[in-house]
Design a protein around this ligand. Structure first.
Ligand SMILES: Cc1cc2nc3c(=O)[nH]c(=O)nc-3n(C[C@H](O)[C@H](O)[C@H](O)COP(=O)(O)OP(=O)(O)OC[C@H]3O[C@@H](n4cnc5c(N)ncnc54)[C@H](O)[C@@H]3O)c2cc1C
Length: 353
């Protein structure tokens, strides 16, 4: 039997793929309901469609324009392929239903406590497993009790849902905290938030104050994002880590839904076809996650005038066209094109060292 710990996107999708291939799979989720509480904005590029096409019932909105801000200027990027705004609760439930339809058993209200050899111990039962998959999010207990969590840094996410009439444009604020956003859920409601370090709450409160009157706020959400560490061990004997538990998250924006699903595919393929998981997921995600991390290292050193300069360069038609056409999940596909189109971008390379 295979035990999957955590019924988020990476756990449910791994369970679905493995069950479909004939494996006996049990998923243990600590919460009583799948997808609840929501700790995510749910924006993904259209690349998700080539992994799992979310049904209409899981989509709250589609957006065709992104606006990136510095403190003084901004640039609009028409997205050739619309971004999708997911209802995370429904999306996680949809993946869970797929897993169950394929034969997996899901046990909610079962918190993973630890494992002794092949015994998986949860708050409600102990079961024998040939394989244990830690899909239990950024603070992965599976990683912790199996001594696989070495050096991991985290960002703290704060988000509010608020009533705000908007033009259906996604706003990105890469210079607010680690990353800030306003994502329209529809024409009257937005998800507004930031990721940041120790002072994230204060940064969020100041950002919110500027953007939204207090009486327009519907509710708050918080969460944690792991900073990608290329050296993270993701397999130890019969224990595997996937998704946020493995830190498979973009270091530029903190987004990890597409990466979690991609890693789940690599994991299922590795288990079913006896491949090397460490190699498989890195083949599919490693280069792009590495580039996101390099960009993060540079972004962290930008001054306000650097941001303004970058936005100016992105506003040039030929550069803007490249950004319109390509998917931000996969910067390896267009970074070189962008550098050839705009050699002045080399100016920022000084921050690599
Ligand atoms: C504020 C915020 C906004 C974000 N916005 C976006 C976005 O717009 N787009 C994007 O792509 N990504 C976004 N992310 C990141 C995205 O949410 C994660 O990358 C994604 O959820 C990872 O999926 P996962 O299945 O690996 O982990 P999770 O979704 O965290 O799922 C882990 C599951 O394991 C369960 N669990 C944990 N511990 C145990 C235990 N001991 N026993 C049993 N079950 C357990 C949890 O309850 C949970 O259901 C955001 C993150 C935050 C914090």
């Amino acid at each position: 039997m295979i035990s999957v710990i955590g019924a988020g996107p990476s756990g449910c999708y791994s369970a679905y793929l493995l069950s479909k291939a004939g494996e006996r799979v049990s998923v243990f989720e600590e919460h009583k309901e799948i997808g609840n509480p929501v700790q995510c904005t749910g924006i993904v590029t259209s690349s998700i469609n080539s992994i799992v096409k979310p049904p209409k019932s899981c989509i709250t909105n589609r957006v065709a324009k992104a606006r990136i801000f510095s403190r003084k200027n901004f640039v609009d990027i028409k997205l050739r392929n619309e971004n999708i705004i997911l209802d995370r609760e429904r999306f996680d439930s949809y993946l869970a239903e797929k897993a169950v339809d394929a034969g997996a058993k899901i046990y909610t209200d079962h918190k993973f406590i630890g494992n002794e050899g092949k015994n998986v111990i949860t708050s409600k039962k102990t079961s024998k497993s040939e394989i244990i998959i830690g899909a239990d999010g950024p603070l992965s207990r599976v990683a912790k009790v199996n001594n696989m969590l070495k050096k991991r840094e985290y960002w703290f996410g704060f988000q509010a849902r608020a009533r705000l009439d908007n033009d259906n444009i996604v706003e990105f604020y890469p210079n607010i905290g680690t990353f800030g956003w306003v994502v329209p859920e529809n024409r009257e409601t937005v998800r507004i938030g930031i990721l940041g370090k120790e002072n994230a709450k204060t940064v969020f409160e100041n950002f919110l104050k500027k953007k939204i009157p207090k009486n327009k706020i519907i509710g708050y959400q918080t969460g944690i994002v792991p900073v990608y560490n290329p050296g993270q061990q993701t397999r130890k004997n019969h224990i595997y880590l996937v998704g946020d538990a493995a830190g498979q998250v973009k270091a530029t924006t903190g987004g990890g839904i597409i990466q979690s699903l991609t890693a789940a595919e690599a994991l299922a393929d590795s288990i079913i076809n006896k491949k090397d998981y460490e190699k498989e997921w890195r083949k599919r995600l490693g280069k792009d996650l590495w580039l996101h991390l390099k960009m993060r290292k540079m972004m962290d050193k930008f001054s306000e005038s650097d941001w303004q300069y970058l936005i100016e360069l992105f506003s040039k038609k030929k550069n803007n066209m490249i950004l319109q056409k390509h998917d931000r999940d996969y910067p390896m596909n267009f970074m070189l094109k962008l550098l050839i189109s705009e050699p002045r971008l080399v100016y920022f390379a000084k921050y690599l060292f």
